[in-house]
Structures are given as C-alpha cells and as structure tokens.
Design a protein around this ligand. Structure first.
Ligand code: NDP
Length: 247
C-alpha cells in the first residue's frame, strides 16, 4: 500500500455508503482522494482532520460524459492525474421487465455501465499520458454480477452488474495486450447497509430488520487489501457475503 501514499485516487459515488467508506479509508492510508458525487456537500463532510491523506470533494454526475470529462480535467489541472480509480457510483430500482419505463432502465445503464466505462477509459488514458504503470482500477460490482436476479424487478440492475463482470475481464485482456502493468479487479458484495435500499420499496422496516447486513467499512477493507498486494498479484474478484445471507 505504501506505493500509493501521496498518489491520487478517484472514488465515484463518494457521498454515501460504500464510496464514502472507501474514500475515508484511502485518506487514512495517505492518499489524495477525489470524492465525486452529485451531492458534493456530503462528500465535503467526510473530511478527516488528522489523517495523513487529503480529501477533495468534487461535484459530478457519472451519467453525463461531459461531467466526467470535466472532472478528469479538474484532476489533471489540480493534482496531475488519476493513479487509482474506484468505480463505485451505482443506482438500483424496482423496475419490472414487463412494465418499467425505458428512461428508468437507461438511468441504471448510464450510471452502472456507461459511466463506469467512461471513467475507466479516462483513468487509463490519464495513466498512459503520464507513464504511470502501477495504476489500479477497481469496480464495485455485486453478488448480482455473478448470479441471476431473484426477481424480475431487479433484473436490469443484475444485467448491468453482469455487464461489469464482462467489462472487467475485457479490461484485463486489453491491459495484457498492451503489456501494461496497470492492475484491475472488482469487489462483489452482498447485502451492505446503505442508502441504496431506499430505492427499493420492498425493503420495508421489517425486511431490513431481518436482513443480515454488512457495513460499508467491510467493503472498504477489501479495497485496501486489493491495493496492498505485491505488484505481481492481481486479485481479480472478491465476493463478500454476510453470514446467513440468502443472496
Ligand atoms: P448508496 O446509494 O449509499 O451510494 C451510491 C453512491 O453513488 C452515492 O454516493 C451517489 O451519490 C452515487 N451516485 C449515484 N448516481 C450517481 C451519478 N449519476 N453520478 C455520480 N454519483 C452517483 O449505495 P451503495 O454505497 O450501496 O452503492 C455503492 C456501490 O455498491 C454501487 O455500485 C452498488 O451497486 C454497489 N453494491 C451495493 C450493495 C449494497 O447492498 N449496498 C451490494 C452490492 C453492490 P450522489 O447521489 O450524491 O450523486
């Protein structure tokens, strides 16, 4: 992990949940962390006074290519470029395949698939331009990127997360073809207690009470583990389930 002290990490979706925990964990490890989200005030509130690293809160929307490109430009102008990308921003919805609105499906695909892909390309180009050959790109996927969804209403989210699994292996192959030493990997959590479940009406207080939750910090620890490995080691995927999970 020492190799990344003082380096620049971009964490998308840093205003809450898993992204907020990852941003703070990396600041504690001494990185310069750009926390990107639409609710930038929530990112600012994560500042850690006595940590060795520094948090830069940046407003941005990963469903907009223009917004992503201006975020990368800000990072280039102010911090040099991106050495580590954590593609964490994600949205979900109860969107049945036989009745949901196209615009709602698009919102999931724009953030969870296209936003992730555009950020990946821009981070790689930033590393290439500066001759950074020890960069790292990590996708926050889901258990639902590996197994079929349990119900139709989250099938579009499951499709997006399966796409992330395909995109990670595509990225890995692309890096191999380029003889790059830049690493990539993904973390695939089960149930984590975050705001994302507020978008799912089926998560009533009774359901939440019975759900075996993990905490966002559990996932942040996996990110630190992935980054801490020897440069010859590329942990490809960490599937993390809570004990007692049906997922
Ligand atoms: P939260 O809802 O707590 O956080 C989602 C984050 O994504 C927020 O910071 C939000 O910021 C950001 N975000 C959403 N849309 C955009 C956008 N258009 N542009 C920029 N940022 C955006 O959920 P989680 O922490 O749970 O989710 C983080 C990741 O973890 C997601 O990819 C999710 O799919 C994945 N995951 C979560 C699981 C869970 O059980 N919680 C399980 C498996 C995977 P803002 O609204 O301020 O823009």
């Amino acid at each position: 992990m020492e190799r990344y002290t003082g380096r620049v990490a971009l964490v998308t979706g840093a205003s809450s949940g898993i992204g907020a925990a990852i941003a703070q964990a990396l600041v504690r490890k001494g990185l310069k962390v750009v926390g990107l989200a639409r609710r930038v005030d929530k990112v600012k509130a994560l500042e850690l006074k006595d940590a060795p690293g520094k948090l830069y809160a940046l407003q941005g929307d990963v469903s907009s290519e223009e917004s992503i490109l201006s975020a990368f430009k800000w990072i280039e102008d102010n911090l040099g470029g991106v050495d580590i990308l954590i593609n964490n921003a994600g949205v979900i919805g109860e969107l049945p395949l036989t009745s949901a609105k196209t615009a709602d499906w698009k919102r999931i695909l724009d953030v969870d698939v296209l936003g992730l892909s555009i950020c990946t390309r821009e981070a790689f180009q930033s590393m290439l331009k500066r001759g950074v050959d020890d960069g790292f790109i990590i996708h926050i996927n889901s258990v639902l990127g590996h197994i079929p969804p349990g119900s139709s209403d989250i099938a579009m989210y499951g499709a997006a997360k399966h796409a992330v699994t395909a995109l990670l292996e595509g990225l890995r192959k692309d890096l191999v073809a380029r003889k790059s030493k830049i690493r990539c990997g993904q973390i695939s959590p089960g149930y984590v207690r975050t705001e994302i479940h507020d978008f799912l009406p089926k998560y009533t207080p009774e359901v939440r009470e019975k759900t075996p939750w993990m905490e966002s910090e559990d996932i942040a620890e996996a990110v630190v583990y992935m980054l801490s490995q020897h440069p010859r080691v590329q942990v490809h995927d960490i599937i993390i389930r809570s004990v007692g999970s049906d997922l």
